[in-house]
Design a protein around this ligand. Structure first.
Ligand SMILES: Cc1cc2nc3c(=O)[nH]c(=O)nc-3n(C[C@H](O)[C@H](O)[C@H](O)COP(=O)(O)O)c2cc1C
Length: 194
């Protein structure tokens, strides 16, 4: 699939068939994550691949819903996580991204943004999501869940955080694109004063 086509036709898909996803495809997707850029090439990401239905079900209990017009609703990806064959849990080692390169003893961050772990793991996640789409698989990036509870379930060591969940399955449909802002609404030229 051509790159721009992959970028524009990728959708968040929350419905999957019962078909399994083979290791070869999972490894290709993890490879795509591994090749993402990162702060001073620190590669703070770690990926936990969950196939165990029991563990997936426990993680499914950690999802956060939302309140829409005062009414509590489930996280839209609740069903996805309970039915999907593979779940990639994207984690990050803390205090690496954004620190002075070559100075592992320094915990000082270089910029006013502090730890860049969210940024680096986002780049790896987007690579994986696009790779999955290119392989005919479906994913959705999930951020609304109780991360400390998932860390407990997976035995994530101290100094690491769980950032997002990426369910990985065979899609039941192509998905429908939610509207995007136009370039006029989001692009400024030269000076942001109008
Ligand atoms: C950081 C982040 C967190 C997200 N968390 C959730 C989530 O918890 N549950 C869910 O169903 N979708 C989640 N999404 C998916 C977005 O809702 C989706 O990307 C957006 O509506 C645009 O749709 P598209 O991905 O099909 O273009 C998340 C996306 C991002 C980037």
């Amino acid at each position: 699939m051509e790159l721009f086509e992959a970028i524009s036709t990728r959708r968040s898909i929350r419905r999957y068939t019962a078909d399994p996803v083979d290791d070869d495809k999972v490894n290709k997707i993890l490879e795509a994550g591994r090749w993402a850029p990162s702060w001073a090439n620190t590669q703070c990401w770690r990926f936990v691949v969950v196939r165990d239905p029991e563990v997936k079900a426990r993680i499914g209990q950690c999802l956060m819903g939302a309140k829409i017009e005062g009414k509590a609703v489930d996280n839209p990806a609740t069903k996805a996580i309970n039915t999907v064959p593979v779940l990639i849990v994207v984690c990050a080692e803390m205090n690496k991204s954004g620190c002075k390169p070559g100075d592992p003893t320094s915990k000082d961050f270089v910029t006013d943004k502090g730890d860049w772990f969210m940024f680096d793991t986002a780049l790896a996640s987007q690579n994986m999501v696009l790779a999955a789409h290119g392989l005919g698989l479906a994913t959705v990036i999930m951020g609304a869940f109780d991360a400390p509870a998932v860390e407990e379930i997976l035995g994530i060591p101290k100094g690491y955080r769980v950032v997002v969940l990426l369910p990985l399955g065979v899609p039941t449909w192509e998905g429908k694109a939610p509207p995007r802002k136009t370039l006029d609404e989001i692009v400024v030229h030269d000076q942001w004063d109008s």
